[in-house]
Design a protein around this ligand. Structure first.
Ligand SMILES: Cc1cc2nc3c(=O)[nH]c(=O)nc-3n(C[C@H](O)[C@H](O)[C@H](O)COP(=O)(O)O)c2cc1C
Length: 183
């Protein structure tokens, strides 16, 4: 199976990038591509920018990556209970491609982590509500609060309950994907 994974953050020390890098290790037999949103920097979306540029080539490239995948694994950074501007801008651009179901109706696993006790719960809730309206199927969600206490670089998730939860959810995702892909 082809997995496209990315963190909704452009910070070089992004904790969500670290969570993504860890979670994809649970899919050793699959073809995984991790995108860096820094490579999809576009002007802030506006109707003027759209009139001038049309479909931005980077938005098309991002959409093509989604379309070529079987499963999306996303870990969203939460800024002020919402998306980072970097992620939202990319989404705004590719959502304007004519006739496009934003995330191409691809099954998804949606995660978040943050140093705070909420762990990015708000942005995941917001994303799931919105993504369902544009045809996405969210198979599982996973929130890792208190990142600095629950995650260790090189080891991964060190909180036992959360480790159990991610392993269970990865298995559920794998099972769902078997049904979806028919193998
Ligand atoms: C502008 C700003 C707003 C933030 N707002 C929230 C928030 O609403 N909820 C939260 O849990 N953390 C919040 N944080 C802390 C982020 O979760 C933290 O910076 C985290 O490392 C961001 O994810 P990243 O490292 O993957 O970029 C905020 C941080 C910044 C810089």
């Amino acid at each position: 199976m082809k997995i496209l994974a990315f963190a909704g953050s452009i910070s070089s020390d992004s904790v969500n990038k670290k969570l993504i890098e860890h979670v994809v290790t649970y899919f050793p037999e699959d073809q995984v591509e991790i995108l860096d949103l820094n490579e999809y920097e576009m002007p802030l979306f506006s109707s003027d920018a759209e009139r001038e540029i049309g479909t931005h080539p980077l938005a098309q490239k991002f959409a093509d990556k989604i379309d070529a995948s079987d499963l999306l694994i996303i870990s969203l950074a939460e800024y002020n209970s919402s998306y980072t501007a970097a992620f939202k801008n990319i989404w705004d651009w590719f959502s304007r491609i004519k006739g496009r179901k934003h995330f191409g109706e691809k099954p998804m696993m949606v995660m978040a982590t943050a140093p705070g006790p909420g762990g990015g719960r708000n942005v995941v809730e917001m994303f799931v509500t919105r993504a369902l309206l544009t045809g996405s199927e969210v198979l599982e969600t996973f929130i890792l609060p208190k990142y600095n206490e629950t995650f260790k670089e090189g080891e991964g998730i060190i909180d036992n309950e959360k480790k159990f939860e991610i392993e269970e959810k990865v298995n559920l995702v794998r099972h769902s994907m078997k049904n979806i892909l028919g193998n």
